[in-house]
Design a protein around this ligand. Structure first.
Ligand code: C2E
Ligand code: MG
Ligand code: MG
Length: 707
């Protein structure tokens, strides 16, 4: 038989009695390691320094008392069994001893019982310890359950709640302590209750666990979305003893997902749907239109000269304007239609379920009406016009991308035609795109066949009407198509390498022509030549200009290169370098179409620029004395303050001329003064007396070309 090792502490005045007890225990199957004390102090010390598994104590000793020893042990080592081993012990005292917490007592004349008593005491204390540890463990788990923010509940197979943690109690508004007399079903909304009853419990019973998204009702009856796990707990017999439920509040996650969804589908500045969402809605509208056989239309609108608002008032103001525009748009679209923001200052409206494609005109009119009142911005009243283009399903496309592209093409058409208007997409616009390829081939041939020529538009001093310069404008007389305007073929040339020979052609022709005029004895004229971005940035440009000046022997000072704002703004460092090299040659620099681009005036003032050409879209409306007049006026005075010459382009009426003269614009150019003409006609124009040129006069007919 296995022997049991045991560590004992004797409280005993007689060494011999202790030894007798030890022997009895050894006979009962124990290996005993022991220690003996007989005074209170020694007992305390022994309990402190060692951990006996049991204390065996005499009842009455000369210097100590068994009951007293019992008290000390209970106090210092409460779980350790305490057995009296005594000569005599009356029944009364035995009862008292048990009351004070003794585990057992054994009479010294019956020591053979000692082994059994010790064995039982040890096993009882081990069991107590096991229970204590289990209790401790349970306490910790409950602490965790009570502290977690997840809802944890347990219910019996009949659905009665037997436990709900603090988070759960708080959520459903149950009292902190005390039972929850509630069916588990009562904490769910009906749909979730059905789900739990019909699916969760059977599935958990079958598979052990079940999870799903459900909802719990809070104290006010509001649905809280939760992600829930239901677990079935079986007893040893395999029958289900209870179910537990762990549910996590998903409100924050749902809100976060909703925010993400919003980011993905809405424009953060204006809160309008973005391109993605518009695409989805268009898809739906198309499906609907297909079934109902009714057309749908996509409108694209762009604010006219929005860049100027950003430029003059700052981006904050630009953003504020975009928001106001968005609000007005929202105000005009019908329920079921969608207003969206496609990008920067481009918006779109999807008009679904139209009776006829032309019904979109009503939407256009509403938008134009909505934009008409001025916008209050930075304490000013700003008038905003929009350019609109529309494409319709199914006529102009059956897919979102194509519909947008075509509506944009129509909108760009409106821009090109002077902004502030509306146009339907026409298939011809796409045809134009295919024409481009053809045009490129023909342009290549034209350069070789001398179908290109350069005409000149006079630039007059507005003070006295004297011609001070000419702008070289390239012309293409096509064999079959007749005259093709530069606005059509210059961009094509810019898209391929043809812009280089084309630009050089204009430059060489112009410089040569000035030599011809000089020889004919005309007054000294300045020659303005347009330079496109591709030319300006090409590696040999400065060298080409140098070469042409040298070969034609033109005084560089008389050549003015016209650049657009965008050329100067993109890649500034490079632009500044090229400008400096050109200035070193002695040529002059003009900014063409000024006011249409994005350049900041303060930035331009840092560049070596000699001349600003006010774009003709402003000149066009100066007589209306509105926003455009103010800009024209500002450009004139600003140009002067920076020591620049200011030229007005596109003067067509006497009123415009009058306005520009009043505000001391230096020079002017436009159909009123003269159309671009064949070089031979220039001599005749120069010969006109200056004053008469400034009076309204019938312009010289443009040498067989019709504009
Ligand atoms: P731009 O440099 O702004 O030239 C002025 C344009 O305005 C010319 O159009 C001219 O005919 C037109 N114009 C002049 N006065 C009036 C007026 O009173 N009313 C109206 N409505 N228009 C007027 P054009 O000749 O059709 O040239 C268009 C554009 O093509 C030019 O605009 C320029 O950007 C480009 N271009 C012309 N020739 C060349 C060239 O040799 N090289 C480059 N790179 N571009 C050129
Ligand atoms: Mg020009
Ligand atoms: Mg211009």
């Amino acid at each position: 038989m296995d022997r049991t090792l045991v560590q004992l502490l004797f409280v005993e005045d007689s060494e011999m009695d202790a030894e007798l007890s030890v022997r009895a225990l050894e006979q009962g199957g124990f290996d005993v390691s022991w220690k003996r004390v007989q005074a209170e102090e020694d007992l305390k010390q022994a309990l402190q320094s060692s951990r006996p598994q049991a204390v065996l104590s005499d009842f009455s000793m000369p210097g100590f008392d068994g009951i007293r020893a019992l008290r000390v042990v209970r106090e210092m080592s409460p779980g350790v069994p305490f057995i009296f081993v005594s000569g005599t012990i009356g029944e009364e005292r035995a009862i008292e001893a048990i009351r004070f917490g003794a585990t057992d007592y054994v009479l010294k004349n019956n020591l053979q019982r000692l082994g059994t008593a010790v064995r039982r005491a040890l096993s009882e204390s081990a069991e107590r310890e096991r229970i204590r540890l289990a209790e401790e463990e349970r306490g910790r788990l409950v602490q965790i359950l009570e502290a977690t923010s997840d809802y944890v509940g347990m219910s019996d197979p009949d659905g009665r709640i037997i436990y709900l943690n603090a988070a759960g109690r708080k959520l459903i508004g149950a009292p902190k302590a005390g039972g929850i007399d509630k069916q588990i079903g009562g904490i769910y909304p009906k749909w979730a209750r059905d789900l739990i009853g019909q699916e969760a419990r059977p599935a958990a019973a079958r598979d052990g666990v079940w999870h799903c998204e459900t909802a719990i009702l809070d104290a006010d009856g509001a649905e809280i979305p939760v992600s829930e796990v239901t677990i079935a707990h079986n007893g040893p017999d395999g029958a289900i003893r209870f179910f537990s439920t762990i549910a996590r509040d998903m409100r924050e996650r749902k809100a976060y997902e909703a925010r993400l969804q919003r980011y993905a589908n809405y424009d953060s500045l204006t809160n309008l749907p973005n391109r993605t969402l518009l695409g989805d809605r268009t898809l739906q509208a198309i499906a609907h239109a297909r079934r109902g056989g009714r057309p749908a239309a996509l409108l694209v609108l762009n604010l006219d000269r929005f860049k100027l608002v950003n430029e003059s008032y700052g981006h904050g103001a630009g953003d504020a304007l975009l928001k106001m525009v968005a609000d007005r748009l929202r105000g005009v679209v019908r329920e079921g239609d969608t207003a969206a923001r496609l990008g920067a200052d481009t918006f779109a409206v999807l008009a679904a379920d139209l009776a006829r494609p032309d019904d979109v005109l009503a939407v256009v009119r509403k938008i134009q009406e909505a934009m008409r009142p001025s916008f209050g911005l930075e304490k000013r009243d700003l008038h905003v016009t929009v350019s609109l283009g529309a494409s319709t399903y199914p006529r102009d496309g059956e897919e979102f991308d194509i519909l947008v592209r075509n509506a944009e093409a129509a909108m760009h058409r409106v821009k090109a035609a002077g902004r502030n208007g509306f146009q339907f997409y026409a298939a011809a616009m796409t045809r134009q795109a295919t024409d481009r390829v053809e045009l490129e081939n023909e342009l290549r041939l034209a350069l070789g066949r001398n179908e290109l020529e350069v005409h000149y538009q006079p630039q007059l001093a507005l003070s006295d009407g004297g011609m001070v310069g000419v702008e070289a404008l390239i012309r293409w007389q096509h064999r079959e198509r007749g005259w093709i305007p530069p606005a059509q073929f210059v961009p094509v040339a810019e898209d391929c390498d043809l812009i280089h020979p084309l630009g050089e052609f204009a430059l060489v022709q112009g410089c040569r022509q000035v030599g011809v005029w000089d020889k004919a004895g005309l007054a000294e004229l300045r020659l303005a030549v347009n330079v496109s971005a591709q030319q300006f940035r090409s590696s040999g440009f400065v060298e080409a200009v140098t070469r042409v000046l040298r070969s034609t022997d033109l005084d560089p000072y008389r050549l003015e290169l016209e650049l657009t704002e965008s050329v100067l703004v993109d890649n500034r460092e490079e632009a500044v370098l090229i400008l400096k090299r050109l200035k070193a040659l002695g040529v002059q620099i003009a900014v063409d179409d000024f006011g249409t681009g994005y350049s900041s005036l303060s930035y331009l003032s840092q560049l070596p620029i000699d001349c600003l050409k006010i774009d003709r879209s402003f000149v066009n409306r100066v007589h209306e004395r509105g926003h455009d007049a103010a800009i024209a006026q500002a450009v004139i005075s600003l140009g002067h303050s920076l020591g620049m010459r200011v030229v007005a382009e596109g003067i067509e009426t006497v009123e415009q001329l009058g306005f520009l003269r009043t505000h001391e614009c230096d020079e002017g150019q436009g159909y009123l003064l003269s159309r671009p003409v064949h070089p031979d006609a220039i001599a005749r124009l120069v010969a006109l007396p200056p004053r008469s040129q400034l009076a309204p006069f019938s312009p010289v007919p443009p040498s067989g070309l019709r504009h």
